[in-house]
Design a protein around this ligand. Sequence first.
Ligand code: FE
Length: 347
Amino acid sequence: MRFRSLFFAPLVAFATLTSCSTDDAPEGATAGELNLYSSRHYDTDIALYENFTEATGIKINLIEAGADELIERIKSEGEASPADLLITVDAGRLWRAEQAGIFQPIDSPILNERLPENMRHPEGLWVGLSKRARVIVYNAEAGLPEPLSDYADLADPAHRGKVCIRSSSNIYNISLMAAMMSRMGEAAAEEWAAGVVANFARTPQSNDTGQIRAVASGECQIGVANTYYLARLAASDDPADQAVSSAVEIVFPGQEGNGTHVNISGAGLVSTSPNPENAIKFLEYLTSEPAQLLFANGNNEYPAVPGIAGTSAVVGLGEFKEDTLNASELGINQAMAIMVFDRAGWK
Ligand code: FE
């Protein structure tokens, strides 16, 4: 676990005749602090924190660790927890935090206005700050194996021995299964999972990038990965990554149906937060355009606020219709999704 202090001396507010309203002026030492527990760790996140401190005078104390570790830490710190905000990836993890009882509702008209409904928990327990889509990749040289227009097709008997996907314990797959269950019901989702297992090219292993590499090498014809891994490879300076990137093609599943499964990076306000106003101020800042560009683009994700463009690598993946299922649904079905995977024999 790393602990960083990101204090920056507040800017001196020059009171000149030409200066604008002092509403935005730093509040200096009285602005206080914000204790951020984050499982994200991108260089651009650091720039975000610095910009926020510069604009508001609020000092950010950052603790970085894995999401489950941070949830446990907040739980064990109890009432005395210094944590104000928990930032993490995947609605499944936000749901775990919600289940652990460590969030309180966020009340912010600015967030309600800027973020679409499906990027906000129904009771305001967390907000989505960026999005990622879970897409199908196939080997470009071998061409599009058909049918392959939706997740359901991954179970088609035409694809025996062709499909690579990571294990069922992976949160991205658990959330995808949760979405499948919401859309098709538990029994059909289990049948689907059994069909995908029957099509495995290999026992589930490695991470999303590993699936993409296996598809590029031809070990598998079909794989599943989150968009930011594809964009990262496409934007890489490494010729080996470039070769992998150009050896695969993407299918955005469900374009004729419910749309492509989308998940979020998000944040929740800790129930015992000592600095809730600062925490909400920070969340509101994260939905501003400059902050969205840093937060989403630092990891090649899609900004959560509509109308803000992604990186060129992300835009290059193409446009698609996204499934607008509320991310909270992905959490509700988590426990059942794990059982369905087990019954289907998905390792
Ligand atoms: Fe990831």
